[in-house]
Design a protein around this ligand. Structure first.
Ligand SMILES: [Zn+2]
Length: 355
């Protein structure tokens, strides 16, 4: 175990353009993707007629079937254009957004220099991810990699920069965990916790779709020295349906991230598995439940834009949905400005500051 060492970044937030003061973040989404290759989920459909969608460019007339076809239409899962990213993310900026975490990490085609370009062009603070996404995106030799090697790479990304780019990650995540957890996933979590101990960086989790997944993840991280108060537990929109389990998790003190605002529909299907998703009303009811229970200081929100069907130019809600539509609904429901500011400004600032 490396000894805890006070990082030079202590008290700062690290963006792709360098460290900033937490107070400079302003309105922040803690889980988005500006550029990403999500084709790790690709599976060739069995039926010939569905194969027609595999290589077809995404068009508006295909959107209706994207709830089923999202994982095999390649174009839908490729956000490769810097220009398009700038154009789409302006909806966030024009609605008052100032900063976002791009949780694209190893296995998802992380692109440090392009994120720096987008950050400069859009005038937004961008915080880049580190560590590994879900097992389908792992490098082929993951089972042979040591915990030490994984931790060293994460620490290097945070302290020296990714590859030879000089662009540094500011968050360890999104660490992908699926239910049930495998030994390799535990290994990545332990390595990530060690990287937090070494650098003071926040950890951000893609939880598995099971009521017990977030708590189990927290236990593995804490056993390796991670601080629950420096962990952002993401995807609670589908990870936790049971309020008792949610309450237990909240008591640990971790940040509670509802990060798929805008995705409603009937759930996400993937290879015979159906993910239960909340709709936006249920997300807001859950926020009210958590604020009522004294957990308003732990709430975070985002939209996890990672597919073209979420772009406005394809009829999606775009990066501006929370600020343009959800915040006015919060006000109508009786959220105070102070509660809204916590969720969008003050909690993200605490969550993203290096210890
Ligand atoms: Zn994500």
């Amino acid at each position: 175990m490396p000894k805890p060492s006070k990082s030079k970044l202590s008290g700062k937030v690290q963006t792709v353009l360098g460290p900033i003061e937490p107070g400079q973040l302003g309105i922040t989404h803690t889980h988005e993707h500006l550029l990403i290759d999500l084709t790790c989920y690709f599976q060739m459909p069995e039926e010939a007629s569905r194969r027609a969608d595999v290589h077809a460019p995404l068009t508006m007339d295909m959107l209706g079937r994207m709830e089923k076809a999202w994982y095999y239409n390649l174009d839908n899962n490729q956000l490769f254009s810097v220009e398009r990213a700038i154009e789409e993310v302006m909806e966030f900026k024009l609605n008052g957004g100032n900063s976002l975490v791009d949780t694209t990490n190893i296995g998802l085609a992380r692109d440090p220099l392009a994120l720096a370009r987008i950050s400069r062009a859009a005038g937004l603070n961008v915080i880049m991810g580190a560590s590994h996404y879900v097992p389908v995106s792992y490098p082929a030799d993951m089972s042979k990699r040591s915990e030490d090697a994984i931790a060293s790479q994460i620490i290097r990304d945070l302290t020296e920069g990714v590859g030879d780019t000089g662009v540094r990650s500011g968050v360890i995540g999104e660490i992908g965990v699926v239910w049930p957890m495998t030994p390799d996933q535990r290994k990545v979590l332990r390595a990530s916790a060690r990287a937090q101990v070494e650098t003071g960086a926040p950890i951000l989790i893609h939880s598995g779709g099971h009521n017990d997944s977030p708590s189990e993840i927290l236990d593995v991280l804490a056993e390796s020295g991670a601080d629950p108060k420096r962990i952002i537990m993401g995807h609670l929109d589908f990870a936790i349906q049971d309020r008792k389990a949610l309450k237990r998790l909240a008591k640990s003190g971790c940040f509670l991230e509802y990060d798929i605002f805008g995705i409603e529909g009937s759930g996400i299907e993937y290879m015979g598995y159906e993910m239960q998703l909340m709709n936006d009303v249920q997300r807001l009811e859950t926020f009210e439940f958590l604020i009522e229970g004294g957990h308003g200081d732990q709430l975070l929100c985002a939209q996890d834009v990672c597919q073209k069907r979420q772009y406005t130019r394809y009829g999606g809600k775009g990066y501006g949905h929370i600020l343009g539509s959800i915040v006015p609904r919060m006000r109508r429901r009786g959220f105070t400005q102070a509660q809204i500011d916590k969720i969008l400004v003050h909690n993200p600032a605490r969550a993203l500051t290096f210890a």
